[in-house]
Ligand binder design. Sequence first.
Ligand code: FAD
Length: 248
Amino acid sequence: MKQFPLKLVSRRMLAPTVGHYVFQRDDGEPLDYIPGQFVQIHFQYADGTTTKRSYSLATIHDHALGPGEAVEIAVSYVPGGAATALFEGLADGETVQASGPFGRFCLMPADANRRYLLIATGTGVTPYRAMLPQLEQQIRERGIEVVLLFGARTPAELLYGDEFRAFAERVPGFRFVPCFSRELPAQPHADVRHGYVQQFIDEFAPDGAGDIAYLCGNPNMVDACFEALKGYGLPVPQIRREKYVSSK
Ligand SMILES: Cc1cc2nc3c(=O)[nH]c(=O)nc-3n(C[C@H](O)[C@H](O)[C@H](O)COP(=O)(O)OP(=O)(O)OC[C@H]3O[C@@H](n4cnc5c(N)ncnc54)[C@H](O)[C@@H]3O)c2cc1C
């Protein structure tokens, strides 16, 4: 697979240990993608061995992306992590090698469901950020509902929380349900829940006839939600999964 350079344009902290990185593809080619896909970042360990890590594309995808457009990812810093060190040390203007886009964790054109149940923890929410324009279109054109259950430990770790809340206020049919496992906001919105995402699936009465679920992020959460959704009668093809495992 062809590799290409991504040049860091800017970064900001989304949470105490999560950075939002804005890159530009630096070889004059476009990096268009289907929301839900990821890129791979290629680099070397200290001993020179090559390795790679995957990162979901977070850019809100509302038009076909041409050359020079923002390529956004959210990077969760893992203690002792090799890619973590690479990203933490990256200065504006420096480049990393990438390939892609890859993956099939995407909304499917033939979906005829009544509702999407989108479930994430941590940076696993970024594919859903990229999907927002597609989701809005489907809500408008097919009259579907979308529920985003997003698990974080504390309000400070609710990545893009203000964006999702603003989207939910603007787009009837989209419900944003942040689930905090440790600490609640001072004045929680009525849709805020206290606990792990998997504890609140029951509230939405998943149903095999109308629902398609997406699960993204922590592998334990993905497995727990997968089992729970199967228990509600969702056929396996209607439970789409992306586990954030290290590819070393
Ligand atoms: C399809 C796909 C998409 C992904 N998208 C993203 C994304 O958008 N953003 C993102 O931040 N990551 C994402 N990941 C995970 C990412 O690829 C890396 O695995 C992660 O960033 C850790 O890499 P590292 O080199 O810093 O740590 P490593 O050097 O791989 O690991 C260092 C140590 O930390 C442990 N560890 C690894 N990951 C975690 C973790 N999440 N929590 C706790 N301990 C861990 C390892 O077991 C190891 O002991 C994705 C993974 C996949 C497969």
